[in-house]
Design a binder for this molecule. Structure first.
Ligand code: SAM
Length: 288
């Protein structure tokens, strides 16, 4: 249950019969919360009122134990949309980290979908298992965790063309493009979350070079919450200035290559000393 005091401070607990919640502002017996409707007011022994509700997933992921950085709710929402994840989707993600995005993917794909999470660090996989199981009240039957590097997965781990959507949240997503090409169905969606512009550029150029993806789309979302108090209605002073960028593209059909770009690169897009992916496709003079 999530208890919110009149200042908006939230406490999340798992209720246990007979247990007592101790706050700085008095005690609340768990028994007085168990079985109650959401949206009721519980009063502590010092007379402080708390609004009692079940936490929503957005609250849960920001408060759950984490080992690796988690995907924030604003980005998770866009990932679900860009990946076209819905009821019955077959979704693959790597890595699982703390399992924040996993919860959104499982919720969107529902019991008729599947979510396969590949994580190369067993300590992170364990944290994700605990976080996901706590949220769903047990391990969802639609979820499978593979403790391995996505690059090392084979046909027996993830069959060719078996996935509708692949989400990559890792330092070097470009290393996984061959696997992505193998496991995604024709028309499937690849969505990658990267934290820096250098990763963004390297990933997009690698995708273009392989010609197995439609023209990548890149975006970031900036969410600004507002202070609402009488006539003092303005943006809040604090916000998450930067989380990451999202890159999304669709998978080409087997044996097909994406059409070469018709647009010439913008002047200076590829500097004289650029050595990265796609460097050999830039003609003399195009670098401006
Ligand atoms: C930033 S975390 C993922 C966070 C996660 N999306 C969440 O919302 O909690 C990145 C994870 O990717 C894992 N990782 C990096 N490269 C990988 C690879 N090639 N295969 C599998 N896991 C990988 C790391 O061990 C790390 O746990």
């Amino acid at each position: 249950m999530q208890l919110t005091d009149t200042r908006g401070v939230k406490v999340t607990i798992t209720t246990v019969p007979g247990a007592i919640l101790h706050t700085h502002r008095g005690q609340i017996p768990h028994d007085s919360l168990i079985g109650m409707d959401e949206g009721f007011i519980a009063t502590s022994t010092r007379g402080i009122d708390y609004l009692v509700q079940r936490p929503q997933l957005d609250d849960y992921v920001l408060g759950m134990p984490r080992q690796a950085a988690v995907i924030y709710p604003k980005d998770a929402a866009r990932i679900v949309a860009l990946g076209d994840v819905g009821s019955g989707s077959r979704v693959l993600e790597a890595g699982v980290g703390s399992g924040a995005l996993t919860c959104y993917l499982l919720k969107a794909a529902g019991p008729t979908g599947t979510v396969t999470s590949v994580e190369r660090r067993s300590d992170f996989a364990e944290v994700a298992r605990e976080n996901v199981s706590r949220w769903f009240g047990g391990t969802p039957r639609s979820w499978r965790v593979s403790e391995m590097d996505l690059v090392d997965t084979t046909e027996s781990d993830i069959p060719t063309g078996s996935q509708d959507t692949l989400i990559l949240d890792m330092l070097a997503p470009w290393e996984c493009l061959d696997v992505a090409d193998r496991v995604l169905r024709a028309g499937g969606s690849l969505v990658s979350y990267v934290a820096t512009t250098t990763q963004l550029s390297r990933l997009v150029e690698s995708m273009r070079l392989s010609r197995r993806w439609t023209e990548p789309r890149a975006e970031e979302s900036i969410v600004r919450t507002w202070h609402l108090d009488g006539l003092a209605v303005r943006p809040d002073h604090r916000m998450s200035g930067h989380t990451g960028f999202l890159v999304a593209a669709r998978h080409m059909a087997p044996g097909q290559q994406s059409p070469p770009r018709r647009r010439r690169p913008a002047p200076g897009a590829y500097g004289q000393d650029y050595q990265g992916p796609g460097a050999d496709q830039v003609e003399e003079g195009e670098s401006g």
